[in-house]
Write a protein that binds this ligand. Structure first.
Ligand code: C5P
Length: 219
């Protein structure tokens, strides 16, 4: 049976590596919904839209043409034919993405596209609202957490830029978590039926093992 596996959690919880690893182990597809919010943010900035102006963002929510790869070994994303896989991880997009993703019209537009991609199952989808909004009927839901320090350290290692301190990463992460958890539209919360995994003390393989075990129990 091919399932939808929902993996939600805050930034730096290790969702992306774990979700990709689970998809590889099971031969499933992989959907990074955060990359979609980042891509639409990149496009808004490129178009000169003021991202703090919710009405301006809402008016253009359906315009960006986003193409996603769902291959866990070759994840990539294009907007209007441009490969934005690198730029969407930059500081400008990271600083603006929470403002864009709190706009309900943006969420409605992306959730519809995510459901289209997820149709047919056999996919691991990661984000903030997969288990609560995008796929509330997913048979396997994981809420991945880790201590704030562990998450900031992982992010800092990912960024691998000596000019960006762990303290700055911690501050940016705390700001983004606060915005993502307190917004009105689909805030980051654990679904009632999600299994929480705290990855602070776990290695990547241990997290992947735990999720795969859950899938086997429910398949
Ligand atoms: O997962 P990642 O850190 O790349 O997500 C970037 C941002 O996209 C988050 O900080 C959040 O504002 C938004 N997001 C969201 N809903 C999702 C996935 C990401 O609002 N399902």
């Amino acid at each position: 049976m091919t399932l939808i596996i929902a993996m939600d959690g805050p930034s730096g919880s290790g969702k992306s590596s774990a979700a990709k690893g689970v998809a590889r182990r099971l031969g499933y597809r992989y959907l990074d919904t955060g990359a979609m919010y980042r891509a639409i943010t990149w496009w808004m900035l490129e178009q000169g839209v003021d991202v703090e102006d919710a009405a301006a963002v809402a008016a253009r929510a359906d315009e960006a043409l986003i193409e996603m790869s769902t291959d866990p070994d070759a994840p990539g994303i294009r907007v209007g034919g441009v490969d934005v896989s690198g730029p969407i991880r930059g500081r400008e997009v990271t600083g603006a993405v929470s403002a864009v993703s709190r706009v309900p019209e943006v969420r409605a537009s992306l959730v519809a596209r995510q459901r289209e991609i997820m149709a047919g199952g056999g996919i691991v989808a990661e984000g903030r609202d997969i288990g609560t909004v995008v796929a509330p009927d997913a048979p396997v839901k994981v809420f991945l957490t880790a201590s704030e320090e562990a998450r900031a350290l992982r992010r800092a290692r990912e960024i691998a830029d000596p000019a960006v301190s762990v303290e700055a990463t911690l501050a940016d992460q705390a700001r983004r978590d606060r915005l993502d958890s307190t917004r009105t539209a689909s805030p980051l919360t654990k679904a009632d039926d999600a299994v929480e995994i705290d990855s602070t003390e776990l290695g990547l393989d241990e997290v992947i093992d735990a999720v795969v075990r859950l899938v086997k129990e429910r398949a």
